[in-house]
Design a protein. Structure first.
Length: 170
């Protein structure tokens, strides 16, 4: 008997897109490893597909956010082989989620080029914001009675804003 070798991954998630279409983040709540995930790539999901794959609350999450100047969309990303380089920002975020969910060990997947695929992002109390829009968003937030706190500006978000792994103290 031969053991099945898991070579790829698949997940549905919510992506935040800047006004120019730049992927600011993609959150994958339940990524899965898969022996035969299908062709690599990311597809945008309809609201109905998002509800089917992510649950009823996904319908309310899909929206334009005028304060941040972003759109939240549902996506499904497939990595055909973890040995292949990441294809795009969604693929890169899925690989980070695989690490954070402890589905893949460090050095257990190809991360070549990840840094170049991710945008520099202002990670804020209201969610990810395009760096060049921080001051506009700060004013928009104040106009809505909200306080914008920028926690960092980097390509990588704080893991605990996306994943709270069991059995780990952070």
């Amino acid at each position: 008997m031969t053991a099945t070798r898991t070579t790829g991954a698949v997940a549905a998630g919510l992506a935040t897109l800047a006004a120019d279409g730049t992927v600011l983040d993609t959150w994958f709540p339940a990524p899965e490893l898969s022996a035969e995930p299908g062709p690599a790539g990311t597809e945008r999901l309809t609201a109905e597909q998002a509800v089917e794959l992510l649950g009823a609350a996904a319908a309310k999450a899909l929206r334009s956010d005028a304060v941040r100047g972003v759109e939240v969309v549902a996506v499904r990303t497939v990595i055909a082989s973890l040995e292949d380089k990441p294809l795009d920002a969604h693929d890169a975020y899925l690989r980070l989620h695989l690490l954070s969910h402890r589905l893949v060990k460090p050095h257990g997947q190809n991360l070549d080029g990840v840094f170049g695929l991710l945008a520099n992002v202002a990670w804020t109390s209201l969610g990810p914001v395009a760096v060049d829009q921080v001051e506009t968003v700060r004013l928009n937030a104040r106009a809505e009675g909200l306080h914008l706190q920028v926690t960092s500006i980097d390509k990588f978000p704080r893991m605990t804003d996306y994943v709270a792994p069991k059995g780990v103290r952070i």
